[in-house]
Design a protein around this ligand. Structure first.
Ligand SMILES: Nc1nc2c(c(=O)[nH]1)N[C@H]1C(S)=C(S)[C@@H](COP(=O)(O)O)O[C@H]1N2
Ligand SMILES: [Mo]
Length: 335
């Protein structure tokens, strides 16, 4: 995403954590995505890096092998909510979805995050709720799943970097969680703070120039919209670590970075909260960040996107206003 602000060493780090076959695979994958200029530096230390990696990642043999063993399976399989379907394109293959991720806490210069998640051990997981609420409290993610139950929704997913997927999320509407928090009527916005575990997340330790932990925020009317979703699973299973285990937000009408992963803290406030990417590069990443084909990113067009169906099948398709969700959220943005 924000590769221009990274110091030059970032390329070396990527090489050190990527073994040869995966590196080649990813090169081919990224090439097919048309992202050939991002982080592709071939170097002599690749084979050595292979050995050191093996001890770092004893458990992750593949991208689908990163679901925490102790993740709750209550409510699975969840039934699909037929109101949320994507008729015009196929579902993205789950291996492609699990091998091409943005999760800067693990690494900001690579998409192959799953390799780096071995030390991350999210459960048990408590969320702190505070700010302008009747009463601050803490709640375990398992309790939320038991309270609200789970459903499956197939959503379009659009990253600001102009790639997209179709993904079957499992979770519950954010509105159920907001209601459960009992915010005061004076709260106008909600702020989210993410995981901060440098010992388990090499990207937090290795990229100190970012303002960890990752933070995001929404207007209250956005947060309680039907579309706003809390995902605890994907493809009928608990979330793999690289997708944001144990829970993350999914806001399909906004660019992907508006959906924080591994949320630890929810705070209700009465002014617009600061957000991670907007603070770093306000000229490139706005607070609202709604998908809009007619507003280009300063460095690239947003008119089309590379739709990733499988690692071998990536095609350019037109981007839709609000990512095709105008019927759900269009009225939020009409003045
Ligand atoms: N905590 C945290 N949340 C995050 C990010 C991140 O780096 N850290 N990346 C964002 C971006 S840019 C995108 S596109 C999506 C990617 O979600 P996925 O990897 O599950 O597809 O997560 C978003 N949420
Ligand atoms: Mo993104």
């Amino acid at each position: 995403m924000a590769n221009i602000i990274l110091p030059p060493e970032w390329q070396i780090k990527e090489r050190d954590v990527t073994d040869l076959s995966a590196y080649k695979e990813r090169r081919a994958f990224i090439k097919r995505l048309g992202m050939g200029t991002i982080g592709l530096v071939m170097g002599p230390s690749i084979l050595n890096a292979c050995n050191s990696r093996a001890s770092d990642s004893p458990t992750a043999k593949g991208p689908l092998d990163t679901i925490p063993a102790n993740a709750p399976r209550d409510g699975l399989p969840a039934s699909r909510n037929g109101e949320f379907m994507v008729p015009e394109r196929a579902m993205t293959d789950r291996t492609a979805a699990a091998s091409y991720n943005n999760f800067y806490e693990f690494d900001g210069s690579s998409k192959e995050i799953w390799h780096l998640t071995a030390k991350y051990d999210p459960f048990p997981w408590t969320i702190e709720v505070g700010g302008m609420v009747e009463k601050s409290f803490q709640v375990d993610v398992i309790e939320l799943i038991r309270l609200f139950g789970l459903e499956e929704r197939v959503y379009r997913f659009r990253c600001v970097e102009a790639w997209s997927m179709t993904l079957p999320w499992v979770g519950f509407p954010l509105k159920k969680l907001i209601d459960h928090c009992k915010p005061l009527s004076s709260a106008t916005h909600v702020a989210f703070e993410c995981v901060n575990r440098p010992k388990e997340m090499p990207g937090i330790k290795g990229q100190p120039w970012y303002d960890w932990p990752y933070y995001e925020g929404l207007r209250m009317d956005e947060a309680v919209n039907d579309l706003a979703f809390v995902a605890t699973g994907i493809y009928g299973e608990p979330l793999p670590k690289q997708h944001g285990s144990p829970l993350r937000l999914v806001l399909p009408w906004k660019y992907g970075y508006k959906g924080p992963k591994a949320v630890r803290k929810i705070t209700f406030v009465d002014k617009q909260p600061k957000t991670f990417w907007n603070d770093l590069q306000p000229g490139e990443y706005s607070f609202l960040s709604n998908v809009n084909p007619s507003i280009p990113h300063p460095r690239w067009s947003q008119a089309t996107e590379r739709f990733i169906q499988t690692v071998n099948d990536v095609k350019r398709v037109p981007t839709q206003y609000l990512n095709g969700y105008e019927a759900w959220v269009g009225t939020l943005y009409r003045s």
